[in-house]
Design a protein around this ligand. Structure first.
Ligand code: NAD
Ligand code: GLY
Length: 362
């Protein structure tokens, strides 16, 4: 099993990668934790596939395993559910040494991480991400949190896991639409930091969206997950709390969040909205004179090849701008965007409201 390290002084941690490694999870846990008790937080969908293997491997190492289920869905990433988890942890007599293990996608990871950051002022936690989005993005970097009725992820904490454990085999059971949504974030890493990864995606993205058996047999998957995590790790190492550079990870996200908001979070998966957002952000970069037209075309084409949308819904500019205002990326009332210069190189700039899509399309 190989790993890369996220270097953050005393908060440094490894990200382990492999195929069919869940059965060894207990051994890795044993090397990190002295506690006898562990708590696995999951949902019924993921638990049905992967709880048994995790449970068996933890028990084999002598852990007392407790399971807490959260219903499946973004609508449960709330303070109400965080509070229910606190109640359950208190009932289980979980103490400061008891690790919480987040087994699931980004929803389970964000919620469990937030609970771990705040229960008893902080208990250890581990990310076992099972969606592509969670493997390449949400499980790495320590952003944890819950949604508020006024906006997504408005309440949260930066809190790093003790380790991240990625078994790409779990993606076998993931549906194709979720897989593609995760690929949007991989494309993002290519645009912001890695022209070689971007080229690799241009050449291989169709393999990655094929049926699940082929997908996981293919080394392409392990390659893109590792490369994405390495890029995310390098950005987080340089700017853990998003004082500056980390904001480049939001490429396409300001538009993407607006697309999600105006469609009331019902039509687009996050990754699909980000795909549309990356096309708009590239177009905006061209309009602002920052990149050439061919950059916009390459971004649009690879997104199309991945089977992701390149167009958002029709909606008035006013509602679009309003949706952006609530976004946490608005600083002091100014709209700041991550603009692409060349594939692999981006910069953050203030942008005039008049230049903003969707009316202003190429
Ligand atoms: P998700 O957690 O809702 O998972 C998507 C669906 O896939 C769910 O129905 C889930 O039960 C199911 N699922 C998960 N793993 C599966 C598997 N292996 N097989 C079959 N089904 C499986 O969604 P997501 O896309 O993983 O994450 C979205 C969340 O992540 C959002 O709340 C978003 O805000 C958050 N996020 C956080 C960060 C961060 O840095 N913390 C970054 C990006 C996104
Ligand atoms: N997903 C954006 C970040 O982690 O900063």
């Amino acid at each position: 099993m190989n790993f890369i390290k996220v270097n953050l002084d005393e908060r440094s941690y490894p990200i382990y990668f492999g195929s069919s490694i869940l059965k060894d999870f207990g051994k890795t846990c044993k090397s990190f934790f002295k506690s006898k008790k562990v708590v696995v937080v999951t949902n019924p969908t993921v638990g049905r596939f992967y709880f048994k293997v995790i449970n068996d491997s933890l028990q084999k190492e002598g852990f007392e395993v407790n399971r807490i289920d959260v219903p499946d869905g973004e609508e449960y990433k709330t303070l109400t559910w965080a509070s229910k988890l606190f109640d359950k942890l208190i009932a289980l007599k979980a103490d400061r040494q008891t690790p919480l293990i987040a087994l699931g996608g980004g929803v389970i990871g964000d919620l469990t991480g937030f609970v771990a950051a705040t229960y008893l002022r902080g208990v250890p936690f581990v990310q076992v991400p099972t969606t592509l989005l969670a493997q390449v993005d949400s499980s790495v970097g320590g952003k944890t949190g819950v949604n508020h009725r006024k906006g997504k992820n408005l309440i949260g904490a930066f809190y790093q896991p003790k380790f991240v454990y990625i078994d790409v085999d779990t993606l076998k059971s993931l549906d194709k639409r979720e897989m593609k949504a995760g690929l949007a974030e991989v494309i993002k890493y290519g645009v912001i930091k890695d022209a070689r990864l971007f080229k690799y995606l241009e050449d291989n993205i169709e393999i990655l969206t094929q049926n699940s058996k082929l997908r996981t047999q293919n080394s392409a998957l392990l390659h893109i997950v590792k490369r994405s995590c390495a890029i995310k790790a390098s950005v987080v190492e340089a700017d853990e709390r998003e004082g500056g550079l980390r904001a480049i990870l939001n490429f396409g996200h300001t538009f993407g969040h607006a697309v999600e908001a105006v469609t009331k979070y019902k039509e687009y998966k996050h990754g699909e909205a980000v795909a549309v957002g990356m096309v708009y952000a590239s177009e905006l970069s061209y309009i602002a004179g920052v990149c050439s037209k061919s950059v916009v075309e390459r971004v649009r084409n690879v997104i199309k090849k991945a089977g992701l949308p390149t167009e958002g819904p029709d909606f008035p500019r006013k509602s679009f701008l309003k949706a952006m205002e609530i976004d946490k990326k608005v600083v002091g009332g100014e709209l700041r965007f991550v603009l692409v210069e060349k594939i692999g190189i981006v910069r953050i700039e203030k942008v005039k409201a008049n230049d903003i899509m969707p009316e202003n399309r190429l």
